[in-house]
Design a binder for this molecule. Structure first.
Ligand SMILES: C[S@@+](CC[C@H](N)C(=O)[O-])C[C@H]1O[C@@H](n2cnc3c(N)ncnc32)[C@H](O)[C@@H]1O
Length: 470
């Protein structure tokens, strides 16, 4: 459907008021409606052109900045604006933390509608750049043209790109030559692969026709210094594949694990694919407080390792364990929290839906000589039933770290039914966490809240809540 003329209105001298959901800022139009504007900072005064009009709001774009906010800073990355990755890079870190804290508070207050204790201040990340241990890039022969390139009017002869999807555009990839999220040699590896592929005329994936050799690249780095590189190929071309992988090994001899996937199906998820080891081992090791965790190509591991350590310490601290407790770690993933708290508990039971993650959890516990953790696979709302509790015992403390959607209502009901003394609820979505807390409010009181910033430069925020039985 074409864009209606009435969608395109220009409002002048609009003050940006707040940092809204999903990293998009909020202002008010002269008619009183909300305007959502990306890439601006609260406190800026801007001219806005709207491109979408809805009953209650507009979506717009700043076409001129009349006054710069005091909280605005120069973004460090040349890709800021086009890349959807670091929406808040133009805002001071202090203010990023302020808005994250606000979001958690507002969600718990407005959605949860519960009595809240005073918050412990949000814990910022020591590293504000280069904090991610995993990055995924896509190859495409449909490179995204930046505004500058379009304005220059020059014809682009090489349309190949290796980088990130442009938000909401499935077929367009931003060619990323620098990224401030993962430590080196991440940038060097990605850029070398692109250069090699261009020099040797390797075919970048064509997302429309579904053809080409190179599909995706994943790089994982660990605090131990170990590195995993996984290239996903669309076509099975052994000579080209091996020449590229050999080139990488020669240029980066410190790669611990070099793997690949040949995936010619429609989507590029590797989770249902056979991952083939080319050189080294099929995992890398991460270390935390003397515990070692092996991470394979498909494993989930918290993406900011150093801040994950802080998150886990807060979780353990909130749990207040003395060594006598039976602890349940719901949504345990690869059992990291379970193992992290195990020294201070009598026994820990971890439950998780992904069988591979539970296999990792068991393997890691063995590697770490931990004998008081047991792990079980299954969908939480099925596994976490009365028979399970009867078999494994009534927990004194429940730690729960569900995915973004929060807990299924049957799981909340079962937690209420069990009546453990303490619940520590770790969440990456304070909105769904607030909904779940409201359901538990009758029996549990929120006694501690501590937001944790795992993802500087983005609007995402983690939150840890301690609940005690009333
Ligand atoms: C936010 S992660 C937490 C992982 C872990 N606590 C950690 O810190 O690494 C959520 C986990 O819940 C698992 N999960 C999602 N839905 C589930 C379900 N219905 N039943 C059990 N586990 C589920 C995911 O596979 C994922 O490992």
């Amino acid at each position: 459907m074409g864009r209606k003329k009435t969608d395109r209105i220009i409002f002048e001298d609009i003050k940006v008021l707040d940092a809204g959901a999903k990293g998009v800022s909020v202002a008010k139009a002269p008619d009183g409606k909300v305007i959502f504007i990306p890439n601006v900072v609260p406190g800026d005064v801007v001219d806005v052109q709207t491109f979408k009009k809805r009953k209650a709001y507009y979506e717009g774009k700043a076409i001129a900045i009349k006054k710069f906010s005091e909280d605005r800073i120069e973004p460090v990355c040349q890709h800021f604006g086009a890349c959807g990755g670091c929406k808040w890079q133009n805002m001071t870190y202090e203010k990023q933390l302020y808005y994250k804290n606000n979001e958690v508070f507002n969600h718990l207050k407005r959605i949860g509608k519960i009595d809240l204790p005073e918050f412990d201040p949000i814990l910022g990340s020591a590293k504000q750049f280069f904090y991610r241990n995993k990055m995924e890039f896509s190859f495409s022969n449909a490179r995204w043209m930046t505004e500058k390139e379009i304005e220059s009017g020059e014809a682009l002869d090489n349309k190949n790109a290796l980088g990130f999807h442009i938000p909401k555009m499935w077929d367009k990839i931003l060619d990323v030559t620098e990224c401030f999220l993962q430590q080196d040699p991440s940038n060097a590896i990605r850029n070398s692969i692109r250069d090699y592929a261009n020099e040797h005329h390797l075919a970048f994936f064509n997302p429309r026709n579904h053809e080409g050799l190179l599909r995706t690249l994943m790089i994982r780095t660990a605090s131990t210094g170990e590195i995993m590189v996984l290239i996903q190929f669309f076509e099975d071309n052994k000579p080209q594949r091996e020449a590229l992988l050999d080139f990488l090994l020669e240029k980066f001899p410190n790669i611990t694990s070099l793997q690949y996937v040949i995936n010619s199906k429609a989507n590029d998820t590797i989770y249902d694919q056979n991952v083939i080891l080319y050189k080294g081992r099929d995992y890398i090791l991460e270390e935390m407080e003397g515990l070692k965790f092996s991470i394979n190509a498909k494993s989930f591991y918290q993406t900011n390792s150093e801040q994950a350590y802080e998150l886990y310490k807060i979780t353990r601290d909130f749990a207040g364990l003395t060594g006598t407790e039976l602890v349940y770690d719901l949504y345990t993933g690869t059992g990291t929290i379970a193992q992290f708290v195990s020294k201070k508990a009598k026994k820990v039971i971890g439950v998780e839906a992904v069988p591979e993650a539970i296999a990792d959890a068991k393997e890691n516990a063995k590697r770490n000589n931990i004998t008081n953790c047991e792990f079980f696979v299954g969908d939480m709302k099925e596994v976490f039933n009365d028979a399970f509790i009867a078999q494994h015992g009534k927990p004194d403390v429940i730690i729960t770290d569900p995915p973004r959607d929060g807990m299924h209502k049957d799981v909340v009901a079962q937690i209420l039914n069990i009546g453990a003394e303490k619940i520590v609820y770790v969440s990456c979505s304070s909105a769904t966490q607030a909904r779940d807390l409201a359901l538990m409010d009758e029996r549990y009181k929120v006694v501690k809240v501590r937001p944790v910033d795992m993802f500087p430069q983005t609007h995402h925020v983690e939150n840890v809540v301690l609940l005690e039985k009333r």
